[in-house]
Design a protein around this ligand. Sequence first.
Ligand SMILES: Nc1ncnc2c1ncn2[C@@H]1O[C@H](COP(=O)(O)OP(=O)(O)OP(=O)(O)O)[C@@H](O)[C@H]1O
Ligand SMILES: [Zn+2]
Length: 520
Amino acid sequence: MTELRLTNTMTRQKEVFTPEDTSNVRLYVCGPTVYDYAHIGNARPAIVFDVLFRLLRHLYGEDHVTYVRNITDVDDKINSRALRDFGPQIEAGELTLNEAIRQVTETTFAQYQKDVEALGCLPPTIQPRATEHIDGMIKIIQALLDEGHAYVANGAEGRETLFDVRSMANYGQLSRRNLDDQKAGARIDVEDHKRNPGDFVLWKESAPTQPGWEAEFTISEENRQALHLNDCYVSIHGRPGWHIECSAMSAAYLGETFDIHGGGLDLIFPHHENEIAQSCCAHGSSAMANYWLHNGFVQVEGRKMSKSEGNFVTIHDLLHTEKFGGRKWPGEVLRLAMLMTHYREPIDFSVRRLEEAANWLERWRRRMRQTDNRKPNVPSLFIHSICDDLDLSKAFEMIHIMMNVGQWAEKDEASKIGAVGFGDGFTFFETSEKIAESIATAAVCLKFLGIDISAAASPEESPDVDDLAAKIDQRLAFIREKNWAEADRIRDELLEQGIQLKDSKDSETGERVTTWEVKR
Ligand SMILES: Nc1ncnc2c1ncn2[C@@H]1O[C@H](COP(=O)(O)OP(=O)(O)OP(=O)(O)O)[C@@H](O)[C@H]1O
Ligand SMILES: [Zn+2]
């Protein structure tokens, strides 16, 4: 089997990927916090890890890969959104806070599903919701308390269970930050209930206006004394911190140590660092995941696209409105625009980039008319190139060559060209049979990447009707002038764009009428 190599953030090196169990290769990716439309930055991990999922399925078999992408449906941002959108109904007693929260998360999640589907992403094997794993979180927190990695303290807004970062010898291994660096940046004034400034929340008490679950914790004798309690049982009606959610959900579906953990670069610290701390300390394991993969940022003028910066474009707006660049963009255009850059590199997002992707897709679709519906295999050389840390630059180079060979052959008449070779796996000749094979192979490669050019383009890509009408009029004018050459040129040009003209006579006036249809 082709060797897959991946850049592991943990070691900062490209390593050969060896799964723990080839019959169940396990991948976890941090999913969205569902309170608002996802932006294009959020689309990147969905697309990047979808390509990895597809590749793993190819290498190990479709039924031998488990991909978990969670849904964070408990978070303070969700509470605020529920109060903002449903405040009056909650006050009037028409809706409980929990019901309002459920509405926000359901609607946002349904929207997210539609968005990522439009981007050509396969559904992950499992999409667990944090709120369905509260018990698992409480169990992990108790294990941390038992092992001396956590403690309960009185925070400004009630009791908190915190992770004690000094209790873990190699805390900071993923981000390579040491605790002293972190101390310098921490805001100690509001955090003085913590043993160390870097200690983070596992569980926090909820006010009546916040969602909460009952949790009973057993604390240490030392902790009991510090809190001046009579016994070692503390009951906190509260909610989980963000990091613990992923530790619980990944353990529930993938086990204590799994193969690959992914997310955007911004998650390395603190989120993934803290997931590692919780999981390893609770399970007594040396690794939470064996490979850590991080995608680069989608940027706008050099800055990370993010909700907080306000410099974002939502996936929904891009697909369904003309807010960005004055037109709608099909999901496959965004997908291709993302995949044109290596997943670890930053992407500067622009209309130009989308236009470039849209132009390629249009050109490739036109080439498709030179092939039939044969389905060749994906060439092993193509897979081989992607296996180098998901580098798609060679893969796209191959696709371009496979698509273009036919074009040259067609234009210059076969004999002038001879054979064109690429790598050791590809040799194309000038016969129409070989051209058809080459284009079909390119299409199969694109499909492997989640881009289906054999399917009809989405309606957003239909021809510009005004432009078409003008061309038809122009052609009719040439015909009246008996300028057949120009008339035919227009007809052929349109045919090349997949538009077939049909001439008929108007039954009443007897005049020539031209209609058109899209030829796919
Ligand atoms: N600009 C970006 N480029 C690439 N990936 C991003 C970008 N912004 C967020 N992500 C990734 O999207 C996923 C979900 O992000 P999350 O729900 O934490 O909120 P967020 O969109 O990052 O918040 P904010 O936009 O306010 O910073 C994470 O894997 C995160 O790394
Ligand atoms: Zn996570």
